[in-house]
Design a protein around this ligand. Sequence first.
Ligand SMILES: CC(C)(COP(=O)(O)OP(=O)(O)OC[C@H]1O[C@@H](n2cnc3c(N)ncnc32)[C@H](O)[C@@H]1OP(=O)(O)O)[C@@H](O)C(=O)NCCC(=O)NCCS
Length: 216
Amino acid sequence: LTDSTLVLYVVGAGGHGRELHSYIKDLRSAGWKGQLRGYLDDTVSPGRHGSLDVLGSIGSLNCPSAHYITAFGSNILRREIVARLRSSYAESLRPWVLLHPKAYLGNEVEIGYGTCIAPGTTITANVRIGNHCIVNVNASVSHDCTLGDFVNINPGAIVCGRVNIGEGAYIGAGAVLKEGISIGQWSVIGAGAVVICDIPANVTAVGTPARVVKRH
Ligand SMILES: CC(C)(COP(=O)(O)OP(=O)(O)OC[C@H]1O[C@@H](n2cnc3c(N)ncnc32)[C@H](O)[C@@H]1OP(=O)(O)O)[C@@H](O)C(=O)NCCC(=O)NCCS
């Protein structure tokens, strides 16, 4: 929190990027001392963007010695961007964890690098969250859950205890995952779904109770 030498870039200047900028302001009010430089984005011209500058494209930094946080809701896109950053910058640009001061973390919670824990989230006890995940506004993740890398838990989703969520799974806003179930890798759970049994990998499931409607 107090490392004033930490230099940070937000990769992606879309809606989620602007949200991250707000969260970083909240962190600053709570005592964070790092230096937020601006956004990197391939699709927005450099210059003022909301209340922060777009500095250039994703690959435009020169030997940065800094940290980044990605701001893409799509898990596949986030994975692609992380791979690009790794190949462009290796260890000179490293993923950072954004832990909002208004998130609740209980005992034995592990959070992987590059992950964003948004305001109002509750993560109770003995939870493992992978790298480059998003646990979005007001979501809750209960005891003994495991989230793989590149998972996105959208706003207001409720993950009950002992749920195992595979890499790249996307849990829609307000979905409820019953205790003890598994969600397969890269599967998508629709907004508002109530999932009461295991969901295989690479499918979309929607509704109450959730049923598979697509295989991809
Ligand atoms: C599940 C979801 C990804 C499906 O998107 P898609 O792959 O484009 O699928 P479609 O829109 O073609 O829908 C397929 C079918 O599922 C139904 N469906 C889609 N989403 C649904 C949902 N959330 N609940 C119930 N039914 C849903 C559609 O009506 C359609 O039914 P039909 O075949 O009988 O017409 C999307 O609707 C969704 O819920 N996304 C989550 C959004 C979210 O949480 N955003 C948070 C941003 S912060």
